[in-house]
Design a protein around this ligand. Structure first.
Ligand SMILES: [Zn+2]
Ligand SMILES: [Zn+2]
Length: 181
């Protein structure tokens, strides 16, 4: 089954934001084969089954008064420009979020929110996203930390440092946000 298109989060199965499930969606009352596993705002403390289609259409947002990202955690772009209200609405009301330990930070570039590609370990970053290595050096490596050793510590899920990769929709620049447990 093909999921609806989420331009800011194109592969929400790979990121485990949706999992295969026979649960009935709270909004459309249908079992559509997938269930949302990401964060909701406000945090309800328990999981309610929501299908991908009801997130994409905005019906989950309208029916349940829930958002899937926090508009205050969509960061400004490289020129410290805030993204538009329309983009924040698209991310928060019609795009699945993703699970984090702490705040779910969403990166931006070229006056737009960036596309969330998922979390990566150090090896994958070197192989597929090497252009973010200078950014890791600059933003995350301390003065005395060795980049190679730091990148070795990065994990996709478990571990104490998770690196999440985003990509600009306009200039294709890849961006990284690293969360420490
Ligand atoms: Zn639904
Ligand atoms: Zn850009």
């Amino acid at each position: 089954m093909i999921l609806p298109v989420f331009i800011y989060h194109p592969d929400p199965l790979k990121t485990s934001t949706f999992i295969p499930s026979d649960q009935v969606c709270r909004v459309c009352k249908q079992a559509r084969g997938f269930q949302y596993m990401g964060p909701v705002y406000p945090n309800l403390g328990n999981l309610i089954p929501i299908c991908p289609w009801c997130i994409a259409s905005g019906e989950a947002y309208s029916a349940l008064a829930l958002e899937f990202s926090d508009p205050n955690l969509i960061l400004n772009d490289q020129n410290d420009q805030e993204v538009s209200r329309a983009v924040k609405d698209e991310i928060c009301k019609r795009t699945p979020g993703f699970n984090t330990w702490q705040d779910q930070i969403w990166l931006s570039h070229c006056a737009d929110a960036a596309v969330f590609l998922g979390a990566c370990d150090g090896k994958t970053i070197r192989q597929e996203h090497a252009e973010v290595l200078p950014q890791i050096q600059e933003d995350y490596c301390g003065e005395h930390e060795v980049l190679d050793e730091y990148v070795d510590e990065l994990e996709a899920e478990a571990g104490w440092l998770v690196a999440r990769i985003f990509q600009c929709r306009h200039c294709s620049q890849k961006l990284v946000h690293i969360e420490a447990d």
